[in-house]
Design a protein around this ligand. Structure first.
Ligand SMILES: [Zn+2]
Length: 320
């Protein structure tokens, strides 16, 4: 037995070599598997679904629209996606930067939203919204507030900042408004100034412009431009309905155009929807508060015209 051991000394036992080779192959194989997986994950244009992911979250993270992402991958918006599933990313997708941890401040004595906003160089409306507050919310010493990173409200609402501000800053009493009434001007062109003059001189309205808001159609005003009237800023009753009782509780919006002859423009409808959204929120109303002149005073007028669809406006409001 001793001789045998000596005889084999220095020679590699054949079984050992095989084991080493198998081990090496396994190592190479797992390395290539890793790099393949790594390649997939790191490959531009492809995303591997992680646990807890949703299409919406992935789209947001990559700065693409959820419908584009779904379409590219032959998915329906409500399809279930599974961890490990590979999704193609639409062109132009970039990994959005991870949001930094929210910056917070503690309210001191005599602080108010305006002061804090100014101190941190953010818009006071954004500050309020980031904290689920309105401009007239009371804040208390010791309360912690999140300082928004960017223009929070601007992302959520396509309304221009001046209009948003006018809506937020008007001294709206709780329960002040019950309806929001949509009108057309029944003219092909129009401006708030001309309407104001007409309402003062011809209709003898001392508060002028009968509506709270006017939305332009590109003729006289910019297409989709929203004009905020004094009746809104000062929370005065409208002059847009024949009933004083209804004027008292109805916000009036006039879209420039004759919608018996042509449809409202796409931009007018987009502005209308954004405006309605903001007004419903500000006035504490539900979408069923939105109606038209002819619906609230049946048989009296065709306003806002046969080509205006209240139904599609309401559908837009409900889908948001
Ligand atoms: Zn009308």
């Amino acid at each position: 037995m001793i001789g045998t051991v000596r005889a084999s000394k220095g020679a590699k036992p054949p079984g050992g070599r095989r084991r080493r080779q198998v081990g090496l192959r396994l190592l190479m194989w797992s390395l290539s598997l890793w790099s393949a997986l790594w390649g997939w994950a790191g490959q531009p244009g492809v995303y591997v679904v992680q646990k807890g992911d949703t299409l919406t979250a992935i789209a947001r993270e990559h700065g693409v629209s959820v419908s584009a992402l779904a379409k590219l991958n032959d998915l329906e918006l409500d399809d279930i996606i599974r961890p490990g599933q590979k999704l193609k990313l639409p062109e132009g997708a970039g990994k959005a930067e991870r949001p930094a941890p929210a910056k917070t401040v503690t309210v001191r004595k005599n602080d108010n939203l305006t002061l804090i906003a100014r101190e941190h160089g953010v818009d006071v409306l954004d500050l309020a919204r980031a904290n689920g507050l309105t401009l007239d919310s009371i804040i208390h010493p010791g309360q912690r507030l999140v300082i928004p990173e960017g223009p929070v409200a601007a992302e959520r609402s396509p309304l221009p900042a001046t209009v948003r501000r006018a809506i937020e800053q008007a001294p709206v009493r709780k329960g002040r408004w019950r309806y929001i009434i949509i009108h057309h001007s029944a003219t092909t062109a129009g401006t708030p100034r001309a309407m104001d003059a007409y309402h003062r001189r011809v209709r003898h309205m001392e508060n002028g412009l009968a509506y709270h808001f006017v939305i332009g159609n590109g003729h006289g005003m910019k297409d989709g431009e929203i004009y905020v009237g004094q009746r809104w800023n000062c929370q005065l009753p409208g002059g847009h309905l024949s009933s004083a009782r209804l004027n008292e509780v109805s916000v009036g919006i006039c879209l420039v155009g004759d919608f018996n002859r042509s449809k409202p423009t796409r931009r007018q409808l987009e502005s209308l929807e954004a405006l309605l959204q903001a007004l419903l929120e500000r006035c504490g109303l539900q979408p069923d508060a939105v109606t038209t002149h002819k619906r609230i005073v049946p048989g009296h007028t065709e306003c806002p015209g046969r080509l205006f669809s209240l139904k599609s406006v309401l559908r837009g409001l409900e889908s948001d």
